[in-house]
Design a protein around this ligand. Structure first.
Ligand SMILES: Cc1cc2nc3c(=O)[nH]c(=O)nc-3n(C[C@H](O)[C@H](O)[C@H](O)COP(=O)(O)O)c2cc1C
Length: 327
């Protein structure tokens, strides 16, 4: 039997496939299905700052007259999601139901307040926290440096007070990804999740309104994380978890060869069902057998760019070859 175990975020996982934060991981029944299908861990659906504020405001407000109609609509929307008290219960129940690690997920925009909540998550038994730091810069007054500084402050603030390993899930849009990765690591991130897939904006041309875009990824989207994991894995002392566009066992193998510690999946499970994890693991085992590997540890990172003699020239050469058509 192939040894599929990996080490990620301070835990030994039975397999490298993690079910990423999504509605699949917001109830115990489907978390159990993930574990039964061979997932190495799950990241729970994120708790959003706005949900917590909504619950607090609800508690504070004695009079419904104080709500603006739009606010009421907002509360109704929020009511469809888990509130913070339910979130802690979900962690406790999930921990009792499965033996794989359970990572909580927080979507933060500010630092101080989050620390308080992350502390409660720590007492509810979560094995780690993924901080989903997603901010769309909209103001021309805010420069890149101050945005990155705030991200680093969020991580440092939580790390200073919360005794759980932290992963930070970020998007791919930075002028220098190696630099922000190093800063986040310095602030206390033990793992980086590369990458978040942001909400896609579309326009409905019949109603002429803004509309949500297609929410699921396609397999061709995996190349961004493959490149960056291959570049960063040898140069940063941080676990890297691949995310976005991983739809089959081959994509997991590629990311492990590039140096990922784990690979997160979401869209493929919405499309094919949670049982697809088992198919992906079987394909990984077959590939390992064909290449005489008995454990993931034997091949993980074999093709990270740190293993290449001259990675920069190699990539530039492939780029020129592709553009000129010369082989
Ligand atoms: C329906 C849905 C809900 C999601 N909810 C969250 C969330 O609460 N927090 C989060 O960090 N990511 C969330 N994501 C993003 C996924 O965790 C993942 O990063 C993204 O879908 C890319 O991975 P994939 O290509 O495997 O789908 C969600 C994705 C989907 C499709």
């Amino acid at each position: 039997m192939a040894d599929l175990t990996v080490h990620y975020l301070g835990k030994k996982l039975p397999s490298p496939i993690i079910v990423s934060s999504s509605s699949i991981t917001r109830n115990v029944e489907s978390i159990k299905k993930c574990a039964d299908s061979g997932a190495g861990a799950v990241v729970l659906k994120s708790l959003f700052e706005e949900q917590v504020e909504a619950e607090l405001d609800h508690d504070r407000s004695a009079s419904p007259d104080s709500f603006h109609p739009e606010t009421e609509d907002y509360f109704r929307q929020m009511g469809k999601h888990l509130g913070p008290a339910d979130y802690l219960k979900l962690i406790e129940k999930a921990k009792k139901s499965v033996s794989i690690p359970i990572f909580a997920s927080l979507n933060c925009t500010s630092s101080a307040w989050w620390t308080t909540y992350a502390k409660q998550i720590a007492t509810s038994g979560a094995d780690g926290i993924e901080l989903n730091i997603a901010r769309m810069p909209r103001s021309r007054k805010e420069d890149g440096e101050s945005i990155e500084k705030r991200m680093v402050q969020i991580v440092a603030g939580v790390q200073a007070e919360v005794p759980l390993p932290l992963a930070v899930k970020i998007g791919p849009y930075f002028t220098s990804l190696p630099r922000i990765a190093a800063e986040l690591k310095k602030a206390g991130a033990e793992a980086l999740v590369l990458f978040n897939r942001f909400y896609q904006l579309d326009i409905d041309i019949d109603s002429m309104r803004l509309a949500p875009g297609y929410q699921f990824s396609s397999p061709s989207e995996m190349y961004t994380s493959l490149r960056w994991i291959s570049i960063l894995s040898g140069s940063i002392e941080c676990d890297l978890s691949a995310s976005t566009g991983i739809h089959d066992g081959k994509a997991v193998i590629k990311h492990l060869l590039a140096g990922a510690a784990s690979a997160q999946v979401c869209s493929v499970l919405y499309r094919k069902g949670i049982g697809e994890i088992r198919t992906m693991l079987r394909d990984i085992e077959n590939w390992m057998r064909a290449h005489n590997f008995s454990s993931v540890a034997e091949f993980r990172g074999k093709l990270s760019q740190a293993e290449s003699a001259d990675p920069e020239s190699y990539e530039r050469l492939q780029y020129i070859k592709a553009l000129t058509g010369i082989n």
